[in-house]
Design a protein. Structure first.
Lengths: 266, 371
């Protein structure tokens, strides 16, 4: 039975990671073939760092992901606090509204945002389709994810702690920062991380809202697909995969260390 | 923690290393060195250019950088994947561009809808290098709006190790040959697939006659069991890897499939003499452009012989630029795959924009076929 479960686990992991392994291996191929191995080479990495178009799109993608995650987290946390303070019925209603954008097909979100931006631009001349509209679009679809991550943490929070802080003469803002925030930080971080990855992932909404000045990586790669995709994209994906792996390792190691310290203290 | 540091250090070194090797190379003695000409002061103008993906040289000669160096005009260069997507973005107003490069029939549609601006050819003196046979084509009959950039035909790629020449040189018949069952690929897009069926039947590729479309559908349905699969860019791997032996595709892709670094020399190309599609991708300036003069300067720059040559070599599609073709490697410039003889060219047809009713017939039949 144990071996069976091991085999099963192995299969699942192979299934999940085989595409990534293939992608990484072929980023080191010396020709552009996607099926035949012709020798080890770093030429695609070299080409990647010389390709201004790809690097430019990478910059836009990262800027949008970071900024939208940051702004969506701030708005999301504030909204979660507001929604949490509401009475039962109202809270339910707001949470339902919050869920709609997440189940709404992306293409509908993308096109409706585009139509809105075009309308505003044509009628008042504000919000020319470009970086700003792309950023707004990403913040829009990121907020619900943050709210969803923060709400459960607020529910777990003992409201008496905050009240106690106020009773002891702490001003509300300070009480929030010192008492509430540290308790909900894990939720806030997960929300921010999710927002970041959702933004990095997004293709459909970016496609319609990037205007002429801000193309994201996913749109660029899609536009390359008429010709065989160059292994530069493999190289780029490998580097991104590597960076995210490192990021995850850092987070996990920190958590383990924290837990260790807490255990020591108690 | 130490391990983590080591890992980070490794990654950092890898990045630095990758950065270093980049600095070393870039030597193509053949490339045009534009820096020998005087650098232009920045003009503060940014031109928005909308082109197909992978459709301009940015390796041997960085065309956009050269343009900025010589004219002081910045280029904001963006790409699209197909004509329809580009049209959707432009017509909805979701983005503002100055210069755009649609294919023939889409250029015709955009001209007829008033989206394009008439060009001032005084600003495009290099237009004189464009061959006469690429001017005044049906999509722009008096050639007022567009300047051809690349062109090509559709033909049949086949692996000469497995497929005999006599079998192939039968117009489109090889694609219905039972002998090669399971080794044939077919276009996974309705326009090109129906083009082949209509050509084989001897009908116009722009027919509006529903019966002719139905006949073409029957023909494609008959072909379906013989196919390995319908493909788009999967064609490269399947043909070079010899999983399939016969595939209709665009002439310019011989550059990848046969002559590319992962190409297969056994693959040959044949253009049916009785008729195929002849396409042109052309530059034009959008009506709403705020910088029409700069846009025309850009088009003119693309028609400089050095630039046209670099682009022709990078893209691999045929160039309409007479002087550029002369300075191309004769293995390319005189290659009948890319520049077919007159007797083949005279039977080719261009796509026209289909009317809504015909479009619906086409997409309905295509859905029925692909179910």
């Amino acid at each position: 039975m144990k071996t069976l479960s091991k085999v099963y686990n192995g299969l699942i992991f192979a299934f999940l990671y085989a595409p990534i392994v293939v992608l990484i291996v072929f980023s080191f191929n010396s020709t552009s073939s996607r099926v035949k191995w012709s020798g080890f080479s770093l030429r695609w990495y070299e080409k990647l760092f010389g390709n201004a178009e790809i690097l430019d799109c990478l910059k836009v993608t990262l800027e949008i992901a970071l900024l939208s995650a940051l702004i969506a987290t701030v708005i999301g946390v504030l909204s979660a606090l507001g929604i949490f303070a509401m009475n039962g019925k109202l809270r339910k209603a707001f949470l339902a509204v919050n869920n709609i954008p997440m189940v709404n097909p992306e293409i509908v979100t993308g096109i409706s945002l585009m139509l809105l931006f075009v309308f505003v631009y044509r009628s008042v001349g504000l919000l020319q389709p470009g970086f700003t509209t792309l950023l707004i679009a990403h913040i829009t679809f990121n907020i619900p994810y943050v709210i969803l991550q923060v709400m459960p943490k607020l529910r777990q929070l003992d409201p008496r702690l905050y009240e106690a802080a106020l009773d002891l003469g702490c001003p509300p803002t300070r009480a929030f920062c010192k008492v509430v925030l540290p308790e909900i930080v894990p939720g806030v971080l997960t929300g921010a991380l999710m927002a970041f990855t959702m933004s990095l992932d997004d293709f459909v909404i970016s496609y319609f809202n990037s205007g002429s000045s801000a193309q994201t990586l996913s749109v660029l790669i899609y536009n390359m697909t008429k010709k065989p995709i160059t292994p530069e994209i493999n190289a780029l994906s490998t580097l991104m995969f590597g960076s995210i792996m490192v990021l995850l390792l850092v987070i996990n190691i920190r958590q383990i260390k924290d837990m260790g310290q807490k255990a020591n203290r108690s | 923690m130490k391990k983590l540091l080591a890992l980070l250090l490794c990654l950092a070194t890898a990045l630095v290393f990758a950065g270093c090797i980049n600095g070393g190379t870039n030597g193509d003695s053949d490339a045009w060195d534009y820096t020998t000409e005087p650098k232009h002061e920045p003009t503060g103008v940014t031109l928005n250019v909308y082109n197909w993906g992978e459709y301009i040289d940015d390796e041997v000669l960085d065309v956009n950088a050269a343009f900025t160096y010589l004219t002081g005009i910045e280029v904001n260069y963006k790409t699209f994947e197909n004509n329809e997507a580009m049209y959707a973005i432009l017509s909805s107003g979701a983005a503002e561009y100055d210069v755009v490069c649609p294919s023939d029939y889409m250029m015709g549609k955009m001209i007829s809808e008033g989206m394009m601006k008439k060009l001032n050819f005084d600003n495009i003196p290099n237009y004189r290098y464009i061959g006469e046979e690429y001017k005044n084509l049906p999509y722009d009959p008096n050639n007022e709006y567009s300047v051809p950039y690349t062109w090509g035909t559709v033909g049949i790629f086949y692996n000469s190790n497995y497929v005999s020449e006599e079998d192939v040189h039968q117009n489109w018949d090889i694609l219905w040959n039972e002998k090669y069952k399971g080794k044939i690929l077919m276009f996974d897009n309705p326009r090109d697939a129906f083009m082949i069926a209509l050509q084989k039947l001897g009908y116009s590729i722009n027919t509006t006659n529903e019966n002719e479309w139905n006949e073409a559908y029957e023909l494609l349905a008959k072909q379906k069991p013989l196919l390995n699969q319908y493909v788009n860019d999967g064609v490269y791997d399947m043909m070079t890897g010899e999983e399939a032996w016969i595939a209709p595709y665009y002439a310019g892709d011989a550059n990848i499939m046969i002559y590319g670094d992962a190409g297969n020399e056994a693959i040959k190309f044949y253009i049916p003499e009785d008729g195929t599609n002849f396409f042109v991708d052309a530059w034009g300036v959008l009506k709403d452009s705020k910088h029409p003069d700069e846009a025309e300067a850009y088009i003119n720059f693309l028609c400089r012989t050095e630039v046209a040559k670099a682009n022709a070599e990078y893209i691999g599609y045929s160039t309409p630029h007479v002087e550029a073709r002369k300075v191309l490697d004769p293995a390319v410039g005189e290659n009948p795959y890319f520049y077919p003889p007159e007797n083949v060219m005279k039977n080719t047809d261009m796509y026209l924009q289909l009317d809504d009713a015909t479009n619906k017939i086409q997409s309905d039949l295509w859905l029925k076929l692909r179910q």
